[in-house]
Structure formats: C-alpha cells, structure tokens
Design a protein around this ligand. Structure first.
Ligand code: SF4
Length: 205
C-alpha cells in the first residue's frame, strides 16, 4: 500500500519522494522508520508518477482542507517539476485549492541546477524552510548536507529569493537545547531574509 497523500490536522499532505540530499540526525528516514507521527507507511516502494499523484488528488475533496502541503518522506523539491505540474493541472480542471505550502530544506536551486523561486509565484502560498541551527556549524552538524557548508548558504539564498515570489516564507527551528539568545538570533536571521521564524516544540521520538 503506497501513501501518496494523507490527512493530518485538517490539511492534506502529499508525499512523492523518499530522496533527500541531507541526513538530519532526527530524520525519521533513518532508524528503520517507515512511517511518522503523521501516517504509517510513508516510505514509497516506487515514486508515484505524476499521473498517479494527480488521480490520487482528484479523488480528494479539496474544499475540506486547510492547506495542501507538499512535504513527503524526503525533500519534495526533488520533484518540483511534478509538484508544479500537479498544481497547474488541478487548477486547470477547476479544482479550487486551499493555500499551497511546501516544506523544504531550501536546497532546490542546487538540486535542480537552476533558480526555481520565480516558478513558485502564483503556485505556492507558503514556503516553510527548516533552519535547524543559528549558524553554519550547527546547521551542518544537524542536517549533514551532501554538499557540506554549501547547504547552509544555499538554504539562506533560497529563502531570500523565495520571499520575493511567495506571500509567506517561514523558517522553522525545533526548540531543543536552545537558549533564548539562540532563538532570538534565528529570528533576526530569518527576518533579514524576508521570512518569519516559527519555533516548533520538540516531540521526542
Ligand atoms: S531534510 Fe528532511 S527529509 Fe531530508 S534528512 Fe532532513 S529531515 Fe529528513
């Protein structure tokens, strides 16, 4: 059984990929997990085609969801071309979408080899980027990007660019072992890039 989309707290989450260029220490993809707190069996045996994903979403009643969220068990921007296609197809078919959010590590421009942020315009209402640390050292220690320190600067650059095209850009951190000063530094950093900081409470595994 493959979970392409699932409901969580009134929103519809779309899961198209297991791929990621990071290896976050807290990631549920390690440790043999195949599900998450959100749904069981999120590990995709094969990546759904865009048509399979479209059929799945067309079977949903979009009017009942608070948001349509592209996240997944991996980094959703690996499949941005398909995400964008899906959003366009649904709209062309007259489906009225709730606000569209992407939860991302902010590495899309490096992954896809082009600046994709202008393509977010009119398609995505909220981009939520994992900040995960107040500086490069903390960030790379926690997220372990395959590109090393470039992962940090890529993520900051993506945030700044996305803020030019997307109405709401949010950077998130998990409140674990953080001082008030750490959080304040993250807030200053996020705001300097045109984003808002959202502090998420830590949920032990
Ligand atoms: S960026 Fe997300 S999917 Fe990738 S390793 Fe980190 S937590 Fe997991």
């Amino acid at each position: 059984m493959m979970t392409i989309s699932y409901e969580y707290e009134g929103s519809l989450y779309v899961n198209l990929t297991n791929k990621c260029d990071c290896a976050c220490v807290f990631c549920l993809r390690h440790n043999g997990h195949k599900g998450s707190i959100y749904a069981d069996d999120l590990w995709l045996e094969h990546e759904p085609t865009r048509q399979e994903a479209l059929d799945d979403l067309l079977a949903r009643d979009m009017s009942q969801y608070r948001e349509l969220v592209f996240c997944g068990f991996g980094e959703p921007m690996f499949r941005w071309d398909d995400d964008a296609w899906l959003i366009d197809e649904l709209k062309e078919r007259g489906v009225k979408l709730p606000p569209v959010r992407i939860n991302t590590n902010g590495h899309a421009n490096r992954i896809l080899g082009r600046d994709v942020t202008p393509e977010l315009k009119g398609r995505v209402d909220i981009v939520s980027i994992s900040l995960n640390g107040a500086d490069e050292a903390e960030y790379t220690a926690v997220t372990q990007p395959s590109t090393g320190a470039l992962g940090w600067t890529d993520m900051l650059d993506f945030t700044k660019k996305a803020a030019q095209y997307v109405p709401s850009v949010v950077m998130t951190i998990v409140n674990k072992d953080k001082t008030e000063a750490d959080i304040e530094n993250c807030r200053i950093l996020a705001e300097s890039l045109g984003a808002k900081l959202r502090v998420r409470e830590y949920i032990p595994d």
